[in-house]
Design a protein around this ligand. Sequence first.
Ligand SMILES: Nc1ncnc2c1ncn2[C@@H]1O[C@H](COP(=O)(O)OP(=O)(O)O)[C@@H](O)[C@H]1O
Ligand SMILES: [Mg+2]
Length: 289
Amino acid sequence: MTIGTTMDRSATPPMNQTSTATGETGYQTVRTPDDTGHPARLKAQDVSVFYGDKQALFDVSIDIPEKAVSAFIGPSGCGKSTFLRCINRMNDTIEGCRVTGKVALDGDNLYDPSLDVVELRARIGMVFQKPNPFPKSIFENVAYGPRIHGLARNKSDLEEIVVTSLQKAGLFEEVKDRLHSPGTGLSGGQQQRLCIARAIAVGPEVILMDEPCSALDPIATAIIEELIDELRTNYTIVIVTHSMQQAARVSQKTAFFHLGKLIEEGPTEAIFTNPREKRTQDYITGRIG
Ligand SMILES: Nc1ncnc2c1ncn2[C@@H]1O[C@H](COP(=O)(O)OP(=O)(O)O)[C@@H](O)[C@H]1O
Ligand SMILES: [Mg+2]
């Protein structure tokens, strides 16, 4: 984050500003006129989510920039995870959950009925709050995806994918002598990096992370945050976090949710230093949440 960039950009006229002057925006989201400088990879349009009769998310529209980190923040229960799951159709797995609206990756509608969801989840990988390695070896945890997706022609191909994925996840050096030991024997932070390696192994373009550090100690958290910062060179990353400090440290774009609505989104620097909406201001200063 460079203040200079944000300041320069704020001088440019709004492209798609939808806010009203009063801040009484109802279902509309306030968009800061400047953007992160990255082209949009994903576009969500009027996404609503219902669990049975209960609406949990209301008309969310947002662009997710390519090769950058976007952070979703907001009080518990505001719909961050619900919206994140819309991006790789994980809500399909929840009975009674219904999604309306549109989510597109490079213009392709992810809710197209003919779309192969397994394939989609390889392109848009996910890392969960609690590290969830399979009860298998470190090697097998990473090899599993490439094997079922037929990404390796032979054993040495597969080994190479496993090693490179572990390297990209910043774990290889720590585990290279025990690749055949159980993944569950690793520390929490290592398990989370193993899950990141597992996601990377199938060649995703987007990685979704739902509070990936909330079960980790501060040192393991710092390592994952550094890793996220490195990964954004090659991947589009969306992270849900309850930590505003984490959002400020790792993201270039921040979206603030409240009571199922996207209240405000924009470059992280602008959201934290100069929010336009009172509700955002109240949240980042600790008055709500
Ligand atoms: N599987 C589910 N079934 C029913 N309601 C759910 C389910 N998951 C989430 N919700 C509800 O949807 C709302 C948003 O939840 P969630 O997306 O988990 O919020 P956050 O991740 O911001 O804490 C909450 O009111 C929550 O109770
Ligand atoms: Mg959540």
